[in-house]
Design a protein around this ligand. Structure first.
Ligand code: PAF
Length: 287
């Protein structure tokens, strides 16, 4: 496995792969890899001749008071893990390499970005789209792999791919969980032992909301039951807990086919997100 740090190096690799008609699978990450990322890499490995993983903590998707500086980083460990997952190349550019110019063109996410995480993280999804669009242009992947844990991110990226005609197929891989149900996340390491023991209540709340919605049909009672479970079992506070149509992220109505129940909860200093996607018949949907 090789590490590429410049766009020029990456372009050479992509040019050769295209010349040899090799399919390219892209696994975009911000590093500090966990099993969720490695599952994305395994899917990419099984479907593509060349697998490129980007490791780039993208500053444009962090707000001024967010954890860009302290976001966990461990490049030596990441390279070992990526290698063991069969990744062919890591692309790990510096911030200057990715963003050498100030004040240029940015991308603005649409309506799907105004709620859920977007409501408290203004500009976050614009930054995600900016870096993902750059990665798509640089790597020209046949397939790109994202985790369902970031369901809103996936929905917004799919909209960009549709609206801007990116010739890439988005593959979505189900949430990878700890044994007690907590969704794996690079940010889980911020949790103290006590906070970590409370965190599975988020998933329990979401499961309860799903059950209640399917049984009673009431969005309001599903939301309040889920919030109660989280309040009763954690010291955290719920940033949002919503039930929406997926992937358009609108209010649920008679026409809604797929549903997402999504939450963001602050436990201590750590903001955790999780979701379930299902149909009104109750089937879990891996989008
Ligand atoms: O999901 C992430 O880790 C990031 O948002 C992504 C897609 C790698 C863009 O920086």
């Amino acid at each position: 496995m090789n590490v590429l740090t410049t766009i020029a190096q990456l372009r050479e690799v992509v040019k050769t792969a295209k010349y040899n008609r090799q399919s390219i699978g892209l696994v975009p990450t911000m590093g500090y890899l966990h099993e969720g990322h490695l599952t994305l890499a395994a899917h990419a490995r099984s479907e593509n001749e060349l697998v490129i993983m980007s490791i780039f903590v993208n500053p444009t998707q962090f707000g001024p008071n967010e954890d860009f500086e302290s976001y966990p980083r461990d490049f030596p460990r990441d390279t070992e893990l990526a290698k063991s997952a069969g990744v062919d190349y890591i692309f790990a550019p510096s911030v200057e390499e990715m963003y050498p110019h100030d004040g240029g063109i940015t991308i603005r996410a649409g309506r799907q970005a105004h709620i859920l995480c977007g409501a408290t993280r203004p500009g976050h999804f614009d930054g995600v789209l900016q870096v993902v669009a750059k990665l798509f242009n640089l790597m020209q992947p046949d397939r790109a792999y994202f985790g369902q844990k970031d369901a809103q991110q996936v929905a917004i990226i799919q909209t960009m791919v549709r609206d801007y005609n990116f010739p890439v197929t988005i593959r979505v891989v189900p949430v990878i969980r700890e044994e007690d149900g907590l969704a794996k996340s690079s940010r889980n390491i911020y949790l103290s032992a006590e906070e970590r023991s409370q965190a599975p209540a988020i998933q329990q709340g979401l499961q309860l909301a799903k059950r209640e919605l399917l049984e009673s049909g009431s969005v309001e009672s599903a939301i309040s039951l889920a919030k109660k479970i989280i309040h009763d079992n954690t010291d955290g506070h719920v940033d949002y807990l919503m039930i929406l149509s997926y992937p358009d992220l609108q209010e649920v109505d008679d026409q809604t086919d797929q549903i997402v129940v999504a939450a963001a909860v602050h436990i201590g200093e750590t903001r955790l997100i999780d979701n379930l996607i299902f149909s009104l018949k109750g089937e879990i949907i891996h989008v």
